[in-house]
Design a protein around this ligand. Structure first.
Ligand code: ADP
Length: 454
């Protein structure tokens, strides 16, 4: 097994080596071909020049002898080619010594023809009549001069040098690049290992400008936050449930003991208060049971088309007395002609608005105002319940829909178990609907419920 960094490094270097070697070979090949063309063109020019030279010699002397044009042999020795002059009957007049040529230098750039002597014969004309022949021979079809050879080898050296420099640069870049990829991935992987070991405060810190890696980092951090929050809730849930159960039990136990011991006289009032505790206790268990049922995978709804404004109106009516008792105003607004039909379970949706409205009444002081607005747009029906009560602290807002979460108990000694909104959220989820809370502490709270239209 390789680390991602090593693997990426190997892949990058391997790809670059292949690309560099391939382009070096291609460049070398192209340069050689062009260079060969250039040298052969030079050679053709040279041949024409030699033929022209002998034609002029003949024009001047009108005959051939042993010294005709012999001066050119100096150039031929230097140029490493061999000349043979013949008359119009192909009888040799003079010939350079073949042994003086240096075969080692006779090579094509691609190495072919090396050492194989080949020659070409050209006609020498005077007044359009053939007066002789000049044969030019050499050990390869292309002869490279010293300057040519130097040029060729310096090009090859530059190619090798640039390959080496490019390789070093590529290796450095691939080390840096693979680091850019591997560091954040390694950190995310380390974070996930820590999370799996129960260290929920572990977070990935290395930032990256690679979108996918940045998303990966964000999601592992969100996962960490969620796990931390869930862990926190789980702990609180256990302690809250035991607290919620212990409180009424203690009250019952103490009071009953006191009555048995004769410390308290048994009065109707005392019995009623104890009965209230038993009822509260029973309600808590009942609510926990409702949550359990709503969370069950086979939770079912009795679906029917519901006129939401009618349902809410009936809930508002149910609260008339409590509103009156607190001298509050509860306004319900909707447009009669509009269509507020949703598909849902009547009893469960009624429970939703009972819980939300009862909270608004509970957390709003006397003379307060509660406004319920039912609105619609193209796809949704939106119900908002707004009060001007004590509001919700900013740090409590994200948790109020969690089980047994009760915002800042010291602020309100009102009864409740922190289950109402959990039930609301679960019922709405089953209806593909959503709920959101907005609030400013001291200024009231607004709950917005959004349904899809039936
Ligand atoms: P309970 O009302 O039984 O405490 P809920 O789940 O209904 O539990 O509500 C959770 C918490 O949300 C409450 O304890 C309270 O702090 C806060 N809350 C809910 N509705 C309101 C509201 N209208 N105004 C202020 N706080 C609210």
């Amino acid at each position: 097994m390789y680390s991602i960094r090593k693997k990426l490094g190997i892949i990058l270097v391997a790809c670059s080596v292949i690309a560099i070697v391939f382009s070096a070979v291609l460049v070398n090949f192209t340069i050689n071909r062009t260079f060969n063309k250039y040298v052969s063109a030079n050679q053709v020019e040279r041949n024409n020049r030699i033929v022209q030279y002998f034609e002029e010699i003949y024009k001047r002397d009108n005959k051939w002898d042993k010294n005709s044009g012999i001066e050119i042999t100096k150039e031929a020795y230097i140029g490493n080619y061999c000349l043979t002059l013949s008359d119009n009957n192909k009888k040799m007049i003079w010939q350079m010594n073949l042994d003086t040529l240096k075969p080692g230098k006779h090579q094509m750039m691609d190495g072919s023809n090396q050492g194989i002597y080949n020659s070409q014969t050209f006609e020498i004309k005077n007044d359009n009549k053939i007066v002789g022949y000049i044969t030019i021979g050499q050990f390869s079809s292309i002869i490279l001069s010293d300057a040519d050879m130097n040029f060729r080898s310096s090009i090859n050296k530059s190619i090798v040098l640039s390959v080496l420099i490019t390789l070093i640069i590529v290796i450095l870049i691939s080390i840096m690049l693979s680091k850019q990829f591997s560091n954040p991935i390694k950190e995310v992987s380390d974070t996930s290992v820590l999370l799996s070991k129960g260290k929920y405060d572990a977070r990935s810190k290395t930032k990256t400008n690679i979108i996918e890696l940045s998303k990966l980092r964000e999601s592992i951090n969100t996962l960490g936050e969620k796990l931390e929050m869930q862990d926190d809730l789980r702990r609180r849930l256990v302690s809250d449930i035991s607290h919620e159960i212990r409180t009424p039990l203690n009250i019952l136990e103490n009071n009953l003991e006191a009555m048995i011991d004769g410390v308290f006289t048994v009065t109707d009032e005392r019995l009623e208060s104890l009965n209230d505790e038993v009822i509260r206790f029973g309600k808590l268990l009942e609510n926990l049971n409702i949550i359990k049922e709503l969370e069950a995978e086979d939770a079912t709804l009795k679906l029917e088309t519901i006129n939401l404004e009618e349902l809410i109106e009936s809930v508002v009516k149910d609260f008339e007395l409590s509103v009156k008792n607190k001298n509050m105003n509860l306004n319900l607004n909707y447009v009669k002609e509009n269509n507020y039909k949703v598909l849902g379970d009547y009893d469960k949706l009624k429970q939703v608005f009972i819980n939300v409205l009862s909270n608004s009444i509970k957390f709003t002081n006397e003379n307060g105002l509660i406004i319920v607005d039912v609105k619609e747009n193209k796809n949704n029906i939106i119900v908002s319940v707004k009060d001007n009560g004590i509001g919700i602290k900013k740090q409590d807002l994200p948790f109020i829909f969690e089980r047994l979460y009760r915002g800042d108990k010291s602020r309100h000694e009102t009864d409740g178990s922190g289950i109402g909104l959990t039930i609301v959220k679960k019922i709405l989820m089953l209806h593909n609907a959503s709920i959101e809370a907005q609030s400013e502490e001291g200024k009231g709270a607004t709950f917005v419920v959004k349904f899809n239209k039936a």
